[in-house]
Ligand binder design. Structure first.
Ligand code: RNT
Ligand code: ZN
Length: 423
């Protein structure tokens, strides 16, 4: 049977089975279609950027491992790779840029010199692709970040340099939001921290707070840009102390009305980021998520459809917070095909959302209200073998992207035709 017929047949049966539970698969698909995922540009070139032809990630508590051939070396290659990834992912999505991905025309443009002019090319591309943009200041891979301290550096000159950089990045973000008519989320993550036990944790935090106050003293309209601040438990080379810890940034975000950013890889392994969603949105309007996968000491493995993804997507849907939680991806793996990595991670996140949208939440809520713990658990466990895959395949078919595993070959062909030729 042809893929199309088979997919439609399987969907019909799945639709019936879900309807028996009171779930309307069509409306789940319609809701999924409206959820944008912000793809991170930095998976395409191992967080290198375009400041110099051979730019590489350095310092900064994060690391890329692997040397799979074919990474994007130019802005054109990166865009081509992104277009390939978007063509394999159902729905309309966003692109998350970092400041080092500007088009600097072969000139040495320092971080305190960047402006919208370096990102006009991205805006033009985004308009053509119908993609909206998000942004990040880049406070790493730079001599002034080598000490491990940026906005919380004891040296006033270094702090001022980074303050200026972040201010310019917020301005570029507002430019994106205006041009593309969609608020750009500007996320701030800094690497600041210590490998070994500091005796003074207070001073760097006081300095960071003062730097942030200075940065956010300038206000932008929310229709153009929104700010987020990203915490971390520890990083590579900042194992003993991170200045911008969870408590620091959550308190800061709530007191200043900026968004907290929760990266799924930035917490203790037994801590649930899903649980933080309903807790935090009682006190703030919106949250940014960095969807990642921690594995031991790495916080940035390629996202797959695991229990963490299912839990966090369930929590968003059950909290009725789809319009308040912004979903961005954050992983970088140089050991495999990079376009494939984007596609795996984005499709996995969307699958998690679909499963959550296919849940008979009202039925479960009723059991819970009646203290019927048996029925709640039985239903939850039975739902695991519902045919969500048939609904997913049908959604892909309707969205005109490859169904099932057929996209693997597309990636492999792209590798043969395009990326393997980059030597
Ligand atoms: C680092 C943070 C941050 C980065 C990107 C490249 O631990 O997660 O979000 O991954 O800015
Ligand atoms: Zn992150």
């Amino acid at each position: 049977m042809a893929t199309k017929d088979r997919t439609q047949k399987a969907y019909k049966i799945a639709q019936e089975l879900y309807a028996e539970l009171g779930v309307d698969t069509q409306s789940a698909i319609a809701r999924l279609k409206d959820i944008p995922i912000s793809l991170h540009c930095w998976q395409g070139d191992d967080v290198g950027g375009f400041e110099r032809p051979d730019a590489e990630l350095s310092g900064g508590g994060i690391q890329v491992t692997g040397n799979h051939p074919g990474k994007a070396r130019t802005v054109q290659e990166l865009r081509l790779d992104l277009e390939k990834a978007y063509s394999l992912i159902p729905g309309s999505h966003r692109l998350n840029l970092h400041a080092i991905y500007g088009e600097f025309g072969g000139k040495a443009v320092d971080r305190n010199e960047i402006g919208p002019e370096h990102f006009q090319g991205w805006v033009d591309w985004a308009k053509g692709q119908n993609v909206k943009l998000d942004f990040n200041a880049t406070c790493f891979s730079h001599p002034k970040a080598d000490s491990g301290f940026t906005l919380s550096n004891r040296d006033k000159g270094v702090r001022e340099f980074w303050i200026e950089h972040v201010k310019l990045c917020r301005n570029i973000s507002a430019f994106f939001g205006r041009e593309l008519k969609s608020p750009c989320i500007h996320n701030l993550w800094i690497p600041d921290g210590d490998k070994d036990i500091p005796i003074d944790r207070w001073t760097p935090r006081a300095l960071l707070k003062a730097s942030l106050d200075e940065i956010y003293s300038e206000t932008f309209v929310a229709s153009e840009m929104k700010d987020a601040v990203e915490s971390k438990l520890f990083g590579i080379g900042s194992e003993a102390f991170v200045v911008g810890s969870h408590e620091f940034y959550l308190a800061y975000a709530l007191s200043k009305g900026v968004l907290p950013c929760f990266d799924l890889g930035h917490f203790h392994p037994t801590e649930s980021v899903a649980d933080k969603v309903s807790a935090t949105i009682q006190f703030c309007d919106e949250i940014l998520l960095h969807v990642s996968r921690p594995v031991r000491w790495d916080s940035d493995h390629v996202v797959i459809l695991n229990d963490d993804i299912r839990a966090v997507t369930q929590e968003i849907v059950r909290s009725n917070a789809l319009n308040r939680i912004h979903i961005a991806l954050d992983f970088f793996d140089a050991s495999m095909n990079r376009v494939g990595a984007w596609t795996i991670g984005t499709r996995a996140t969307l699958k998690g959302l679909l499963i959550a949208l296919l849940e008979p939440t009202d039925v479960l809520r009723k059991y819970e209200a009646e203290d019927n713990n048996f029925a709640r658990l039985a239903m939850l466990d039975s739902l695991k073998n519902m045919p969500f895959g048939a609904v997913w395949d049908y959604y892909c078919l309707e969205a005109d992207v490859p169904v099932g595993t057929s996209w693997l070959k597309e990636i492999q062909d792209y590798e043969i035709d395009v990326t393997s030729k980059r030597t």
